[in-house]
Design a binder for this molecule. Structure first.
Ligand SMILES: Nc1ncnc2c1ncn2[C@@H]1O[C@H](COP(=O)(O)OP(=O)(O)OP(=O)(O)O)[C@@H](O)[C@H]1O
Length: 746
């Protein structure tokens, strides 16, 4: 049964069975792991499986639901079940409350049209004009298949070849990786005394995520093809430390790492020396500071400074925000500011001036805007909370089922939300695609393919997903912000932001996963009516979005006979009206609710996802609190978007239970009270993967009674950490030290 219907089970043996071949690779990886550990899933997976429902709905059953009546009511189906499920089954008909009643009005978007800042991507200048080693030029031309430079490369490479430090800003997907990799390789291959592997690192590149580390490593490896004596290497969380130690012992000359993992090796490995270091590169520099990595950066800078004073330092990002000024201040020497935005670069002696030009103060009107690729079309849709889930599903179907070769990335605010939607869509949307209905494109059923990526996954699976999505021509990747930075996923056509980002910089990086290097791409931001004001906030950063009406998205359901209601079932052709759209949306919502309510475990799983959503919602920074505040959410309506029929009454109990468990572990309790707790809990994808486990619970007040009242007036969300804070370092005799007062600031 489990294998045939491909649904999920919490039995570790069957857990890895996925409904389609698409996930078989991940499944094998997971399975191998379980076998290796006497069939017990690893801790993270164990948590994950506990989220998963115990029982399965067969494909047949799901299809039956899809083809059901207009679904004002539905009869529960027979599941092969446990006692708890039988209780569910014994229930009489359950009413699906109207999705389209009692919703708040969708406000007119008075969208201010602003002139977006734009940069020219390509130049006519060729790489051979740079005076590089002929083998390096031919590698760029033949292996990377590139001939002309991008604007940022044309500006940065000569400056870095001159030996200067630089602070580099250019739009997403404009070729910043090569802008630093080419000078690093050129300078190291030209060193008079030939580099030996055992010399250790000559270049250290720090990146915020493991996937980005792998990607940068791949680029460096390609460039080094003709220079086999220079050895590149990557260190990242989630990999075996022992094998990394062995590689470090043998020697790595260009070392690419995430900060957490490098710190771990600095502290515990004797084989890492920086005495020969010539380059220190911070890619996605602002993000590295934004994620609570500042302590790690302090350790790294102290270790590097202790052994080597003379080196070139480079900071790069598409959005160099305020926080980066401190890092620039302590790590750059007489830097050159390179900003494609200005279409010029200055070779200034004044560090302050360089920083100010590239990294403007946030209050600056013109200066606090970000360049957006010209070929990127940005959209927004305003959807009442009750309709969010059907609207997202309809959008996925519209693009990825009814259109050819669409590759979509959907951003969520937490790992739990990714897991929930991934499993839900696999079990509902994918099952429905098994049998194409009349009117459906013949190949449409094979087009839907779901993948997910977040920081709670095992590294092996993370890497497999990243590779699979990179090489795929189509598919839907559900992910957290772990995929927002730097990842070069080819041919992504749509970016969807299901949960709004916490800063304009994050918005820019998320949408920047499409429309790379001159390609076309589109983005969609989904907002609730109470969040419509966010459009103005984006406009104040010169970000222009055009509106897509919710009805135009839901309209696609009329193309899919799976969602036909009873009334229309008998009629062959009829004009498609708003009533039919509403009925079909209700059918789809019922499919979700039917699935979620088919067992108590699934209901509890949906509640946990809802809880995670609320927790993430409480972390928006102060300057966005007037738009995104938990008090403006309606619990009953939000619950619908998790397939829950009613506002949960026991969320507080869930929270209390978790809190109790939490208090039993004083180490975690202490952690929760530290300023990093929330950032780490919610953005755990950035951890090096080797820290002790962190409970994903935030201390909070007990929620008030759910119902028609606005959500949880008693909940006082913990102020957000990690947003917009300025880091302070002091230079002391012992090296750099973080200003402790600043680190307490929230
Ligand atoms: N000169 C070039 N000609 C053609 N393609 C290029 C050139 N330089 C880089 N690319 C390609 O452009 C894509 C984007 O490059 P890269 O990932 O370095 O962008 P980025 O500016 O670092 O983006 P982000 O800000 O999102 O990290 C990559 O696929 C890369 O191979």
């Amino acid at each position: 049964m489990a294998a045939a219907d491909g649904s999920l089970s919490d039995n570790p043996r069957t857990f890895s069975r996925r409904p389609s071949a698409q996930a078989s690779r991940q499944a094998k990886a997971t399975k191998r792991k379980y076998q290796a550990s006497s069939e017990a899933p690893p801790a993270k997976r164990r948590n994950e499986t506990s989220f998963l429902p115990a029982e399965k709905t067969s494909v047949k059953e799901t299809q039956r639901t899809f083809k059901g009546n207009t679904q004002k009511t539905f009869s529960p189906k027979k599941h092969s079940v446990s006692t708890s499920d039988r209780n569910q089954e014994e229930r009489p008909c359950i009413k699906t409350s109207s999705l389209f009643k009692n919703n708040p009005d969708i406000p007119e978007l008075h969208r201010p049209v602003v002139k977006q800042v734009q940069e020219k991507v390509f130049t006519s200048a060729a790489f051979h004009e740079l005076g590089l080693h002929p083998h390096l030029i031919s590698t760029i031309n033949t292996v990377l298949k590139m001939s002309s430079m991008t604007s940022v490369q044309k500006q940065s490479i000569p400056v870095l070849l001159e030996g200067r430090d630089a602070l580099v800003r250019s739009q997403t997907g404009s070729g910043k990786t090569l802008a630093y990799c080419i000078p690093v390789v050129q300078s190291l291959q030209a060193m008079k005394s030939k580099i030996q592997r055992s010399d250790g690192p000559y270049a250290l590149v720090l990146v915020p995520t493991r996937e980005l580390a792998l990607q940068s490593f791949d680029t460096v490896q390609k460039l080094l093809k003709p220079f086999t004596w220079i050895v590149p290497g990557v260190l990242m969380g989630g990999e075996k430390r022992k094998s990394e130690k062995a590689r470090l012992r043998k020697g790595i000359n260009i070392l690419i790492s995430t900060p957490g993992r490098l710190v771990d090796h600095i502290k515990s490995t004797k084989n890492i020396h920086f005495s020969r270091l010539r380059w220190l590169v911070f890619d996605e520099a602002d993000r590295i500071l934004d994620l609570g990595f500042e302590k790690d950066i302090t350790v790294i800078l102290n270790a590097v400074n202790a052994e080597c004073q003379k080196r070139q330092n480079v900071l790069l990002s598409a959005t160099l925000t305020e926080g980066v000024t401190r890092l620039a201040d302590i790590s750059l020497h007489d830097p050159v500011s390179i900003s494609v935005l200005d279409k010029s670069h200055d070779q200034l002696n004044s560090k302050d001036k360089a920083i100010r030009e590239v990294c403007p103060p946030p209050a600056g009107d013109e200066l606090d805007s970000f360049a957006i690729p010209e070929s990127l079309e940005q959209h927004v849709t305003v959807v009442p909370s009750k309709l969010r889930l059907v609207c997202l599903a309809a959008f996925i179907l519209q693009k990825c089922k009814f259109e050819k070769d669409q590759k979509m990335v959907i951003f969520f605010s937490s790992c739990e939300l990714v897991e929930f939607h991934y499993s839900l869509f696999l079990q509902t949307l994918l099952s429905s695609s098994g049998a194409p209905a009349s009117g459906q494109l013949p190949s449409a059923s094979t087009r839907l393919k779901f993948l997910r990526l977040h920081g709670n996954m095992e590294q092996e699976e993370r890497t497999a997903v990243f590779q699979e999505f990179s090489h795929s021509r189509r598919g839907v990747l559900l992910c957290t912000d772990v995929a927002a930075r730097g990842l070069d996923l080819p041919q992504v056509t749509w970016i969807v932001q299901y949960n709004a980002p916490s800063s304009p910089a994050e918005y820019i990086h998320r949408i920047g996963r499409t429309a790379r290097i001159g390609c076309h791409g589109s983005s969609l931001l989904i907002l609730a009516p109470s969040e419509a004001e966010y459009v103005n906030s984006l406009a104040s950063h010169k970000i222009n979005v055009s509106e897509i009406k919710m009805e135009d998205i839901l309209c696609v359901l009329t193309r899919d006979d799976c969602f036909k209601g009873k009334r229309w079932g008998a009629q062959k052709s009829h004009a498609v009206g708003p009533q039919e759209i509403r009925e079909r949306a209700t059918v789809l919502q019922t499919v979700f609710e039917d699935y979620v309510h088919s067992s108590e475990r699934r209901v509890s799983w949906a509640k946990k996802a809802l809880q995670s959503f609320i927790q993430a919602y409480a972390t928006y920074p102060r300057e966005l609190k007037h738009i995104f505040h938990v008090r403006s959410l309606h619990l009953g309506h939000v619950a619908k978007s998790f397939g829950l029929r009613d506002a949960p009454r026991n969320l507080s109990a869930l929270t209390r239970k978790k809190r109790k468990a939490h208090l039993k572990r004083p180490d975690l309790h202490k952690k929760t009270q530290s300023k990093h707790s929330l950032t780490e809990i919610l953005r755990s994808e950035y951890s090096s993967g080797i820290e002790p486990g962190i409970t994903k619970v935030k201390k909070q007040n007990a929620p008030g009674e759910p119902g028609s009242q606005p959500l949880w007036p008693s909940l006082q969300p913990t102020p957000c950490f990690g947003h917009g804070k300025t880091l302070k370092w002091r230079k002391t005799q012992k090296g750099l030290q973080q200003d402790s007062q600043t680190s307490q600031k929230v």
